[in-house]
Write a protein that binds this ligand. Structure first.
Ligand code: PSV
Ligand code: MN
Length: 428
């Protein structure tokens, strides 16, 4: 049990419930006229889940400052409690993604706690972008691509340790993101550095269990500002191809140049069987790590349009992992993560409403105006009654943020987490 009282969810009074039923029925009639069965959409939304990053429940920060809130999680077990609240109210986030060593703990205890809270574990994330206390070799000049073999081996061993821990707690994937690159022209030899990357990645890949997947995550820049080793989806695709069939590309929405057509990258990776999954977030300028759907919900919808297109076409082996990866600097992280999970569900529900037969026809007839209007018709549909009904039927809240605020959870945990110092490394 978490600290949210179920009575509070039930406390979402009868008036609210009857409003929802009416709204659901009205929307159902509207969709019926478009040949769409609302219950079928609701079932898909209800079955959909997006993983929460353990590090997301602590207040994030920038390199200038961090402003922690009261009742911050003190470690992985507090983080799991917060993640359970998110899932309890939204019923959309059954799994948590761990970052090692931030979340390192006895696997049996981790597993027990997660089970008690009704949670599972998503992909494991390794961390070779920071030095840890007592570490033999520094990552200042790189990790998996370092010029020094012992430093590379240390980074490889850390990834293998993540796999071992993941196996013990029921995870089925490892995500590798490295900060390696350079800050000056001439600082590194691009080719030799990438050769070292491939060599190290192959050593990790060799330890990936048969029923696991390895995700590599690209990012254009930061912390290296002149060049980054795994900088874009092209390089990422080469890596996945070089490594083998268990290797896939992970797309973090914030890791591209502004205005890049991410939905097309998604389509390409699907077409060539290498889309591993997502880190959802939103951005205005760069890797802002703002809340998913807060800046450009249409782009999120367009990404989901590609995913639903693949789902409808029954693309073989298509099963991307979905996760949030954001930094909450000015909001209560629990609230941001709940809203973000619902934004992802909303984009999925809207994409399910696209009239794909009509779209196909307009595309073949070279009718761009009607083709784009077909997408807009789906995007403009207010699917909130579908999301709320799916949540309610699964035991969640009609209005998760309202229920969370009414529960007083943050105040309660602030009393039992007095010396909270923040979660993880505070970096995203
Ligand atoms: C890097 O910016 C990133 O997106 C990677 O996924 C990291 O694991 C995460 O943020 C946390 O720092
Ligand atoms: Mn990420």
């Amino acid at each position: 049990m978490t600290m949210i009282e179920t009575s509070l969810i039930a406390g979402e009074n009868e008036a609210r419930l009857s409003d929802l039923k009416r709204d659901y029925q009205t929307l159902g009639e509207k969709l019926d006229r478009r040949g769409i069965a609302i219950d079928a959409v609701k079932r898909k939304v209800a079955a959909y889940g997006v993983a929460v990053p353990s590090w997301g429940v602590g207040t994030g920060g920038t390199r200038f400052a961090r402003f922690p809130g009261a009742g911050e999680p003190r470690g992985i077990f507090d983080k799991l409690e917060d993640c359970a609240v998110i899932n309890e109210l939204t019923r959309a986030t059954p799994n948590v993604s761990l970052h090692i060593p931030w979340d390192k703990a006895d696997p049996a205890v981790l597993k027990g706690k997660a089970e008690e809270l009704g949670l599972g574990f998503d992909a494991m994330n390794s961390n070779t972008f920071q030095d840890q206390a007592g570490q033999a070799h520094s990552y200042k000049f790189g990790s998996l691509t370092h010029t020094d073999a012992a430093t590379r081996q240390q980074a490889i061993d850390h990834n293998i340790e993540c796999i071992e821990l993941g196996k013990a707690i029921g995870s089925k994937a490892l995500t590798i993101w490295i900060g390696d690159g350079s800050n000056f022209p001439g600082q590194t030899n691009f080719t030799r550095q990438f050769e070292r990357y491939l060599q190290s990645a192959k050593a990790i890949y060799a330890q990936i269990p048969a029923d696991w997947r390895l995700f590599t995550e690209h990012k254009m820049y930061e912390p290296a500002f002149y060049s980054t080793v795994v900088q874009d989806w092209g390089t990422n695709y080469m890596i996945a191809q070089e490594l083998g069939e268990k290797a896939y590309c992970l797309v973090d929405l914030g890791h591209h140049a502004p205005n890049v057509n991410i939905e097309m990258i998604v389509a390409r990776l699907i077409q060539f069987g290498k889309l591993g999954g997502f880190h959802f977030n939103d951005s205005k300028y760069g890797d802002d790590d703002l809340d998913t759907g807060s800046i450009d919900p249409y782009r999120l919808f367009l990404v989901f349009n590609e995913l639903v297109d693949a789902e409808v076409r029954n693309v073989a082996g298509f099963d991307p992992a979905h996760m949030l990866d954001q930094s909450h600097n000015v909001t209560d992280p629990i609230e941001s993560l709940m809203v973000s999970a619902m934004e992802v569900q909303r984009a999925y529900a809207q994409a399910l409403l696209v009239d794909r037969v009509a779209l196909d026809g307009y595309q073949n007839d070279n009718d761009p105006l009607m083709a784009t209007a077909t997408l807009k018709a789906a995007f403009r549909t207010d699917v909130e009654p579908i999301l709320a009904m799916a949540r309610l039927e699964a035991g969640g809240a009609i209005d998760p943020v309202g229920a969370y605020r009414a529960s007083g959870y943050r105040k309660k945990v602030a009393q039992i987490r007095p010396e909270a110092s923040g979660a993880g490394g505070g970096i995203v």
